[in-house]
Every structure is written in C-alpha cells, then in structure tokens.
Design a protein around this ligand. Sequence first.
Ligand code: HEM
Length: 365
Amino acid sequence: MKIQHPVYYGDYLQLPKILNAQAPESAKYGQVAHDETLFIIIHQTYELWFKQILHELESIRSLMIKPFLPSTDLAVINARLERITSIQQILIDQIQVMETMTSLDFMDFRDYLVPASGFQSLQFRLVEAFLGIKPQHRMEIERQFFNSRLKPEDKKILEEAEQKTSLLELLEAWLTRMPFSKFENFDFWGAYSGAVEKMLNNDFQIISTNPSLDEKQKALELKNLEATKETFATLLDETKFEALRTQGKIRLSQKAMLSAVFIHLYREYPALQMPYKILNNLVEIDEKFTTWRYRHAIMAQRILGTKIGTGGSSGHEYLKSTTERNRAFIDLFNLATFLIPKSSIPQLPHVIKGQLDIVYDFVQS
Ligand code: HEM
C-alpha cells in the first residue's frame, strides 16, 4: 500500500482544536483563577471518555439487538464491556486529581459558572439511558431539572435516546430467549425448589436447636428465615413475581431471571461461561458507576459542604440519593439471593450436560 497523504500527529488528533478549547470564565472577569484550567480539563477528559463509552455501547447494542446471538458475538460484547469497566476505573481515579482543588480554590470561580453543572452533561445522561435508566425511574427533581436546564436540542437527543432499546431490555430479551426456564423431560426448577427447601429446613434445624440463642433471638431468626423462604417462592411463582415487577421492585422478566440464575449455578460449563461473563461485566459496570457517583458525591461534600450545587440541587444530598437509585442492573445483584451452596445444586441429566459441555481431552486407551 502506498501512503497517499502523510499524516501529521497534531493534525490527525486535531490538537489545535482540543488544546485551544480551554477558556476560563474567570478570565472574562479580569482575574484568572488558577484552578479553573484543571476544572475545565478534567471535565473535558470525562466527556471524551463518555464519548468512548457511548461508542462501545452503540456497538454492543448493534450486536445484541440481533434476534440470535452467536458465541463469537458474545466474545466481542464481553471484550467491549471490559473496555468500558477499564475506562470507568480511570473515571473513578480522576476524582483524586479533582480533589487537589480545595474548597477555597473553587470559590475563586464557582459563581461565574452558575447555572452550568454536570446536571447538563448530555453524554452522561445518554450513558444512563443506554444502560436502562428511563425517565420513569428518575426522581421527580431530576425530571424537573432536565426539563428546565437542558437546551431544547439536547433534551430532544436525550428523549430520542430514551426511546431506544436499552442494554437492560436487550439483556432481558436475550435471557428470555434461552431455554433454561423450562426443560423437556426434566423438571429442573422442581429439583432446584427441592434443594432450596432442604437447605432452608436445615437452617431451621440449626436455629431451633442452637443452645446459644434465647427464645427471643430464635423467634427473630426464624422470622428472617420465613422471609427468605418467601423470597425464594417469589422466583418460582409467576403471579408473585409479576406483582413485584408491577411495583417496580424487579425489572427483568421471570423467564430472564430464571435463565440468569441457571447461568450462575452452572457457569463452569463451557456454553455458559461467556453468558456468565456478560452478567458479571454488567454487574461490574453498575458497581463502577455507583462507586463513581459515591466518590463524586463525597468530593462535592468536601468542596461544597452543604452548599447547593451550581445547577441548583441540594448538592451532596441529591448526589447521594442518585447513588442508591440510579442502578440499571440491580436485579443482577439481587440474583445472589437465589443462589444455593454448590453441594446442593441439582445434578443435570447427561443430555443437558452434553449440550452445555465441550470436551477436547480424551482418555488414551
Ligand atoms: C469541583 C468539583 C465538582 C463539584 C463540587 C461538583 C458538584 C456537583 C453537584 C453539586 C452536582 C448536582 C447538580 C447541581 O446542583 O449542580 C453535580 C452533578 C454532576 N456532576 Fe459534578 N461536581 C464536580 C466535578 C465534576 C466532574 C469532574 C464531573 C465529570 C464529568 C462531574 C459530573 C457531574 C455529573 C454527571 C452530574 C450529574 C449527576 C446526576 O444528576 O446524577 N462533576 N456535581
């Protein structure tokens, strides 16, 4: 191949544009605040990484939206999800650079920024929407802020993104398509239910005969055990499951949840290793965003105390509440409730084992 156009490093990366894109507001008021450059560059860096995350998410969506997901695609999806989690680690670590700016340093230029705020980061909102956080999951205050603080063109882009199929919905469709919620000639979920009952009866025995517990403690532990039984029953009872779903306590369908539990229980089988990795990577993404939100909330408290944000929210208190609430894959975390000890996991019939297994090793005769 003959190179037609010699490329120059600075031109290729459009560095003149990027490196001339820092314009401190404080300069416009005649007193340049030293730390404003850091503040701008950190935000720009975040926005570039958000762009990369969106790029990865878009490609993952284009693979997952297909009606059939071959294992080769699963490998690509996993590689891209892992790239996202690596970027997220950088996003978390960057907070410590931001924290080299003190509260007083920030006050040198903070007032010039009002009402601009991270609230208005369109790309951050797009990432949230991509993952599965839709308007109905948001707090009223967030919805109000989007309506009043986003530019109409940004609002339009966000609304369009919220209409598209999210990663959570694609995950649900994929898990629902799997054949693990019902097997021919094998009542797997009956066997699982039996194993759960045995495990809980064993727990009952342990509590009832524990000499170190007084009657009050015993009653409390047995009540907790009853609640655990009820939770397990929910997984296998379609009506109870749907009731929780209607209340918004679960977002995945029952079939999807059963498949996810099955994948977790038998993840060591080759056919389930990739699906398991996908579930695990999505949990990792959710956890890393939650960690970022929490670190950001603490940073905001350190820099602002209880002052309100430049965007007008209650600041630290508001940010802390989004940490708990804005979680796309919470069902995958709660799935751990339905796992049972390895020793109690039902044995699979040979036919099913054969479908999940690949053997490259042969005993020499
Ligand atoms: C001096 C450092 C910072 C402080 C004190 C701060 C403070 C705040 C506060 C108080 C809010 C709530 C909205 C408001 O009332 O303004 C907020 C939102 C936000 N900030 Fe920051 N922030 C800082 C740095 C950053 C950085 C470096 C980023 C990186 C992009 C960022 C991204 C965001 C995002 C995405 C939101 C919206 C969060 C949500 O609504 O869930 N912030 N910030």
